[in-house]
Design a protein around this ligand. Structure first.
Ligand SMILES: Nc1nc2c(ncn2[C@@H]2O[C@H](COP(=O)(O)OP(=O)(O)O)[C@@H](O)[C@H]2O)c(=O)[nH]1
Ligand SMILES: [Mg+2]
Length: 393
């Protein structure tokens, strides 16, 4: 691979130079406006810096499509993002025939082009996209949608709207594309009617106990189920008391357990109840032994669902580390809390795109039992584009 830096007066001039020197296959890794000359940064002449690269070997000996997939990998490496899969990956979702592969790679390149164009835009270099498209892209980034995913969404929007579109159309199609990213097919959001145990996990303070109270109240009041509680959060007396208070209000039994063996006994005792909610502490999951015993218990005896609770007030990076921390627990669904306490929702789209889990519910305040609803993709998509749409209508 040959990488070269060009400094020119204009971007087209640099492109022309690159084409002559590196050939048609050269790819642009980076563009930036810079000041050249002057004194202490003042009075410099504005120029464009372009870093371009070309894979020399592949130019001659390899077929075109493998050149392009490596180029995509290289661009992604430079950008520090994930590698786009090449056709050789054993992913079953990858296209099988060569023409499918080429189509896929062209799509990938288009996606990267959009990202690069958008990045050029943020570096102050003109891009060809309309103001609405740029505005929507910037909004996605501001909302915390990862750059690569925002680029994908925008490239899908552009493909969908064609050339002669109206402003409003861009927002409508973007909402549809976000909804598609948030939707998981084949899984149910709500607690399933055959489910006997709801196991709620997550770090301290995200709202697990409050959410259990909300779900439990709904099961009693709306679905007329006979419910019971188990709590494994024995690290703070207040935590047990908190669930005990809800148990008293709902007139349901509560068992306190200290180990998976205790849980087996508690479940035996509560076996005649329709639905059991099990509360836990984040600290329970620091113990490998505890996790494997619990996984075994939950997968063998009866139908259970494990919900990982994430708070939208957490930073996205923290949410990723929580998902990593709980990766050994067999998670069935995610549940996001504290929607009412944030104004950025991009993390939801990132997480749903990255992980296979269905999002079940969204909690929207501290009130038990009212402040909970079934996860609604459209609500999140509209919240993400909220400001943009509001301004434009
Ligand atoms: N604003 C807001 N607060 C919430 C929500 N869900 C829970 N909380 C609050 O978050 C705090 C911690 O909740 P708790 O259920 O004890 O968390 P746990 O440690 O995960 O069990 C409490 O003050 C709850 O009232 C929500 O959706 N919105
Ligand atoms: Mg709790």
């Amino acid at each position: 691979m040959r990488v070269k830096r060009y400094v020119s007066n204009t971007l087209p001039q640099a492109m022309e130079q690159i084409k002559v020197e590196l050939g048609e296959d050269a790819i642009i890794l980076h563009t930036k406006k810079i000041k050249v000359g002057g004194f202490l940064g003042f009075f410099g002449k504005e120029k464009v810096e372009v870093i371009a690269a070309v894979d020399q070997k592949s130019e001659k000996s390899l077929p075109k499509n493998s050149t392009s997939s490596r180029q995509i990998e290289n661009v992604n490496k430079i950008k520090g993002s994930q590698t786009v899969h090449s056709s050789n990956d054993s992913d079953p979702n990858q296209p099988s025939t060569q023409s499918d592969t080429i189509i896929q790679e062209v799509k990938d390149i288009k996606k990267l082009m959009v990202q690069l164009m958008m990045n050029q835009q943020s570096n102050g270099v003109d891009s060809n996209y309309s103001d609405e498209v740029k505005e929507v892209y910037q909004r996605l980034i501001k909302q915390g949608v990862e750059e690569e995913l925002a680029g994908t969404i925008i490239s899908e929007v552009i493909q969908n709207i064609g050339e002669n579109y109206q402003k409003k159309h861009v927002y409508e199609v973007t909402i549809q594309k976000i909804i598609e990213k948030l939707r998981k097919n084949g899984t149910n959001k709500e607690i399933q009617s055959q489910t006997k145990l709801i196991h709620v996990v997550g770090p301290t303070g995200v709202g697990k106990t409050t959410t259990i109270a909300k779900l439990a109240a709904e099961s009693v009041l709306k679905h007329h189920k006979k419910i019971a509680f188990i709590t494994a959060d024995t690290y703070r007396i207040a935590a047990v008391d908190q669930l005990r208070t809800y148990a008293e209000i709902l007139n349901t039994p509560i068992e306190v357990v200290f180990s998976p063996q205790d849980t087996i006994k508690a479940l035996e005792k509560l076996k005649d109840y329709d639905l059991i909610f099990m509360d836990t502490a984040g600290r329970n999951y620091h113990n490998e032994m505890y996790i494997s015993e619990l996984n075994h218990l939950l997968s063998t005896n009866f139908k259970s669902e494990t919900y990982l609770v994430l708070s939208l007030t957490h930073k996205y990076e923290d949410m990723l580390s929580i998902l990593e921390r709980f990766k050994n627990v067999k998670i069935d669904k995610l549940l996001f809390t504290k929607f009412d306490e944030t104004i950025t929702y991009g993390a939801i789209v990132n997480i749903v795109s990255k992980f296979p889990y269905q999002v079940s519910y969204l909690t929207i305040g501290q009130n038990v039992p009212d402040d909970i609803e079934i996860f609604d993709e459209e609500k999140i998509a509209k919240a993400i584009l909220g400001g943009v749409i509001g301004d434009k209508q």
